[in-house]
Write a protein that binds this ligand. Structure first.
Ligand code: ADP
Ligand code: F6P
Length: 356
């Protein structure tokens, strides 16, 4: 695994030049002959995530500070294929850092999964003088970036997803805001659940990953946390747990259910029938994905955006930026996509103890 660790070393110009080969143990300045980058593009792709605007802002302002022109591509790869391309100046990103969603818009684009679509996208980049592109999105968006890189457009991916399901990084843009939004909503559901002595199943997002459910489950003091990576579909055990807790005097019973398991409404019906305890399902949905980003999301997205602009301006391509063990790193896209990450065992085991 080759990962580069950037050292923030500011020389006269204020432009960052220093980098150290990190995980491989090799150290030294980047000296490879790189393609000269004059204009870069930036786009957001896949589901929007709070903090994407902070990342766009950082890419635009750092690239301009590096002497490079910036174009914004609207609505992800779909906008690229439709040539929805705008010039961006420093002021284009004014008053955006605190805003949720993405000022560039986003989309899912089936045509870009095809070889023809990818060739067309690269041709459009060439036509608009775009030598490099920052793609802010998830794994799927990285595949698109990889394809453009094969077609001669330098690409850098930034991890933009509330799901935290990108293996090469401990942090993804939007996760912190999403868990805080969900946590506050779940606290409110808990109030009414306790008042009515009900069981509440609260379904949170995360696609096939259980990170949002795990973090909220622990932070909201849930009695059960159901995540796709661990759930054995033993509903009887949950029913027994609800009955035992009620006997011990608990007035509420919170079940955080990841959307990768889903079916919260039918689960609520079955649990109510089996326990005789009123049970309600609440599906939090898109409210988890919107809203003003937290300080953490603004901070990390800003630094990652600068990092992406810097390595793109240096002529690097086919890389994604991540965060591990307190450091910002970049990885080859293919290596990043082949990495695996699981649910951390200790927090998951402790969640069972904490709610007893
Ligand atoms: P995310 O980036 O959040 O994982 P998606 O999986 O929906 O979200 O991917 C976003 C977009 O990236 C897709 O709509 C498509 O345009 C592009 N994309 C996804 N997979 C590929 C692929 N294998 N090759 C090229 N582009 C892809
Ligand atoms: O990837 C972010 C996410 O919100 C997932 O948690 C969810 O499964 C998915 O996007 C929903 O996507 P869409 O906006 O297409 O409904």
């Amino acid at each position: 695994m080759e990962a580069r660790v950037r050292i923030y070393q500011f020389i006269n110009t204020g432009i960052c030049h220093g980098s150290v080969e990190g995980m491989t143990g090799r150290k030294g300045m980047v000296t490879d002959m790189a393609k000269q980058i004059k204009t870069i593009g930036v786009l957001t792709s896949g589901g929007d995530a709070p903090g994407m605007n902070a990342a766009i802002r950082a890419v635009v302002r750092k690239a301009i500070a590096n002497g490079v022109k910036v174009k914004g591509i609207k609505k992800g790869y779909q906008g690229l294929l439709n040539e929805e391309i705008i010039d961006m100046e420093k002021w284009s990103v004014s008053d955006t850092i605190q805003r949720g969603g993405t000022i560039l818009g986003t989309a899912r684009c089936h045509e870009f999964r095809t070889e023809e679509g990818q060739q067309k996208g690269a041709d459009i980049c060439h036509k608009h003088g775009i030598d490099g592109l920052v793609v802010i999105g998830g794994d799927g968006s990285y595949r698109g970036a990889q394809a453009l890189s094969r077609h001669g457009i330098n690409t850098i991916g930034l991890p933009g997803t509330i799901d935290l399901d990108i293996a090469c990084t401990e942090y993804t843009i939007g996760f912190d805001t999403a868990i805080n939004t969900a946590m506050q909503a779940i606290d409110k559901v808990r109030d009414t659940s306790s008042s009515h002595e009900r069981c509440s199943i609260i379904e949170v997002m995360g696609r096939n990953a259980g990170y949002i459910a795990l973090w909220c489950g622990i932070s909201n003091g849930a009695e059960d946390i159901l995540i796709p990576e661990k759930y054995d579909y033993n509903e009887q055990q949950i029913i027994n747990n609800i009955i035992a807790n009620r006997k011990r005097g608990k007035t509420h019973h919170l079940i955080i259910n990841a959307e990768g398991i889903g079916h919260s409404t039918s689960m609520a019906r079955r649990i109510e029938a089996a326990t005789g305890i009123e049970t309600r399902a609440t599906i939090l949905g898109y409210m988890q994905r919107g809203g003003s980003p937290t300080c953490k999301d603004r901070y990390y997205a800003s630094i990652m955006g600068c990092y992406a602009a810097d390595i793109l301006c240096e002529g690097k391509t086919n890389r994604v930026v991540g965060y591990q063990h307190g450091e910002f790193l970049d990885f080859d896209i293919e290596e990043a996509l082949n990495m695996q990450k699981g649910i951390p065992e200790y927090p998951f085991e402790m969640s069972k103890v904490l709610s007893q």
